[in-house]
Design a protein. Structure first.
Length: 469
């Protein structure tokens, strides 16, 4: 009788994913070999890669949480003890009927920070780590590393090509090949050779201690994408009316849309400075994840410089991918729309400069363009900000999750995903059940909830989608 071989992992393979030296490696090996003993090694390694890329998303998982908790920053008992205000600042909520209570609670907690000045919660909001995803918070001369997030400068980038999108069907094999050849996905994944780019020559790599050891890996990961909800996809762009800001004539175009961030560089910066912030300021309970750094102290100045570098690096990653594909298409794009989320900006509110954190929120100042994606089968939108003061000139950054990754994997079947993709005429390369369309809120409801925040100037419908896995 055939006996299935049991899973056997090696520490060096887990280290190669980017896992740090320490107990987490043996913990990961023991848990995976026990709980996933009959699973294929590549499936297990892919799961470990996803946990490394976003440990907060697995923190409360009954099994995988033990690994994730080893990867999250630990609070140091030293430092100044800080109390929250008894009553928090008021903040606006958009689309509250579709926002879970845990997200609300996280925002109410952030509103009680002594440094909080103003806030808003976007209609795609869901629970995060520290500030909720979809949370916008203005602070007085202070920056919260976990108010920005682990994937610093995570970004949308849309290139518009004057190509008949019917070619996506007629030459599907060509476009599929180009997506595969021009992209590399997965937490910890990197190219065998480095890519040269001016962002890698920035003086911050020599001036800030934490960055000195990250330059080599950043060079090898430039132009790659992470796991989870990161993607590069071809689709159909529809522009119904001329817009003086977008400056693209009405018509139907081929679009290339990408979503990813600053890779290992951003994650290392976020985790390092979160540890520093927690060492300097101890907040009660879960609020400790909102520990901040003043922009008048050395560590705060360093983080601000490193955060901006990571944001520029994230932008460069997108530009490398788009340039590779444009070369293969033999066309230059006739337009491009891009925007950060997971970032902090210095902005003026009521005549005074504050730090505005947008964790999973799109900048939507007056006439500022951005992209709000749906899911792998739902449309996304090119939007133009209205500069709504009560939203701190912000908007949703996507449809937003309605299921956790674990819940999605437990309740959505491969058959249902396949049926949904076929129904919408979408070809998926990679991807997993945790990113299935059913795991996300209805993008139509989200857009309806932010009519005050943005105007729609274009629509993007995915057709060939490349993701991790």
């Amino acid at each position: 009788m055939y006996k299935m071989a049991k899973l056997k992992l090696r520490g060096k393979d887990i280290r190669a994913l980017g896992y740090p030296e320490g107990p987490v490696i043996s913990i990961a090996m023991n848990i995976m070999e026990k709980e996933y003993k009959f699973e294929k090694e590549e499936v297990v390694m892919d799961l470990l890669r996803k946990i490394l890329a976003a440990p907060v998303e697995y923190e409360n998982d009954a099994v995988l949480g033990l690994i994730a908790q080893q990867l999250l920053p630990k609070q140091n008992p030293e430092g100044v003890e800080v109390s929250l205000n008894k009553t928090g600042i008021s903040f606006s909520i958009f689309g509250g009927e579709n926002i879970e209570q845990s997200s609300m609670n996280q925002m109410y907690q952030a509103a009680k920070l002594p440094i909080a000045v103003a806030g808003a919660l976007m209609p795609d909001a869901h629970a995060g780590y520290g500030l909720p995803i979809g949370g916008v918070l203005a602070t007085d001369n202070a920056v919260i590393p976990y108010g920005v997030g682990v994937d610093i400068g995570c970004r949308m980038c849309l290139s518009v090509f004057d190509i008949d999108p019917k070619e996506l069907v007629q030459r599907e094999q060509f476009f599929t090949r180009e997506l595969k050849e021009a992209t590399l996905f997965g937490g910890g994944r990197q190219f065998e050779t480095s890519t040269s780019h001016e962002v890698l020559d920035r003086p911050e790599f020599d001036e800030i201690a934490i960055l000195k050891g990250l330059q080599g890996r950043a060079a090898r990961q430039l132009g790659s994408s992470g796991s989870g909800n990161h993607f590069v996809e071809f689709g159909v762009i529809e522009i119904a009316e001329a817009d003086p800001i977008l400056k693209i004539a009405p018509g139907i175009y081929l679009g290339l849309l990408s979503h990813s961030g600053s890779r290992g560089l951003g994650a290392s910066i976020a985790n390092h400075y979160t540890r520093v912030a927690k060492q300097k300021r101890r907040l009660p309970g879960e609020a400790n994840n909102l520990a901040w750094l003043s922009l008048e102290e050395q560590e705060g100045i360093e983080y601000w410089m490193a955060m901006n570098l990571a944001g520029d690096y994230a932008s460069a990653c997108h530009h490398v991918i788009h340039a590779k594909i444009a070369t293969q298409l033999g066309r230059r794009p006739i337009g491009r729309v891009e925007n950060h989320h997971n970032f902090a900006w210095k902005e003026t509110i009521g005549g005074k400069e504050y730090i505005v954190h947008r964790k999973g929120a799109t900048p939507a100042g007056k006439d500022v363009l951005g992209v709000v994606p749906g899911s792998m089968t739902a449309p996304g939108y090119i939007v133009k900000g209205r500069g709504e003061v009560t939203a701190l000139s912000s908007a949703a950054h996507g449809a937003g999750r309605k299921m956790s990754r674990t819940a999605a994997m437990n309740s959505i079947t491969h058959a249902l995903l396949k049926e949904t993709l076929e129904k919408h005429g979408v070809k998926l390369l990679g991807g997993g059940l945790d990113e299935a369309p059913q795991a996300y809120k209805n993008i139509g409801d989200v857009m309806l909830s932010q009519q005050e925040l943005v105007d729609i100037v274009g629509r993007f419908t995915p057709k060939i989608v490349r993701m991790d896995g």
